[in-house]
Design a protein. Structure first.
Length: 266
């Protein structure tokens, strides 16, 4: 019993580790596409376990600032900049579980740190699973939209094109706008070539619309709306702008692919 009390006292005084755990949790949530208010609440709950007078958290779409202060200690402030973000609901759930376990006393501070490190290094799905899922998205959207056999086959092959372009961009570091623009250009160009090969027996709008579904920023747009409705206008508007830019890149790429086909074959 005495050892447990001593360990708890040492853990309560380890403010640097506490703020590191909070920052790591916030970083993983922001990278995974979580809402701003969820990140602020999670980081605040963790820091409030120190029972200090001042806990401040400011989160925007590209980073956050955390401050832990009290008259008895020197203020601790950490600024974290996030460069890459993606939608990962599994990661959001896992970080929330870890933070709740720590705040409820089911997990020590050191255990929370190790659990977050494990969470960051975990790979939820192998690359080939993601590729197959993207192929299924393109193919089954064509089926959902009422496509015939030719249109479903074209959508599948366009999905293969998308995966090939994504595989290429894994080796070339560039921004998402350029990636989506080139990918949508390749999709529309291949779609028109396949339809030409099958003697114009497919509806181009259906094929292209089905094939670009994996590129559309649906989660980003939804998160932006949730942020705005929650009053986080800066993060919400920046996410909304990001969704618009991605959609614009896809639209420009589709138009460029159609123009390239007509230039070469007509």
């Amino acid at each position: 019993m005495e050892k447990q009390q001593v360990r708890e006292k040492i853990e309560e005084k380890n403010y640097q580790l506490l703020i590191d755990v909070a920052v790591r949790a916030g970083e993983l949530l922001l990278k995974s596409g979580s809402e701003t208010h969820r990140i602020e609440d999670t980081v605040c709950y963790i820091l409030q376990m120190a029972k200090l007078s001042t806990v401040e958290v400011l989160v925007i779409a590209t980073g956050f600032v955390v401050t832990l202060s009290d008259p008895t200690i020197s203020p601790l402030t950490i600024t974290k900049r996030i460069h890459q973000r993606a939608g990962n609901l599994s990661m959001i759930h896992e970080v929330n579980r870890i933070s709740r376990s720590y705040c409820s006393g089911q997990m020590t501070l050191q255990e929370a740190w190790l659990a977050l490190e494990e969470c960051e290094q975990r790979v939820d799905y192998a690359p080939w699973v993601v590729w197959v899922a993207s192929l299924c998205t393109s193919t089954f959207f064509a089926l959902l939209l009422g496509g015939n056999v030719i249109e479903i086959l074209c959508a599948f092959l366009c999905g293969v094109t998308l995966m090939g372009i994504r595989l290429l961009f894994r080796k070339i570091r560039t921004n998402r706008f350029c990636q989506d623009l080139i990918a949508s250009l390749g999709i529309s160009f291949v779609a028109y070539c396949l339809n030409f090969l099958f003697q114009q027996r497919g509806e181009m709008e259906l094929i292209i619309a089905s094939s670009i579904m994996p590129l559309l920023p649906g989660m980003i747009f939804t998160t932006a709306v949730r942020d705005i409705l929650h009053g986080d206008y800066l993060s919400g508007c920046s996410r909304m702008l990001e969704a618009v830019v991605i959609a614009l890149g896809v639209a420009v790429g589709v138009g460029a692919g159609i123009g390239l086909f007509r230039l070469l074959f007509r």
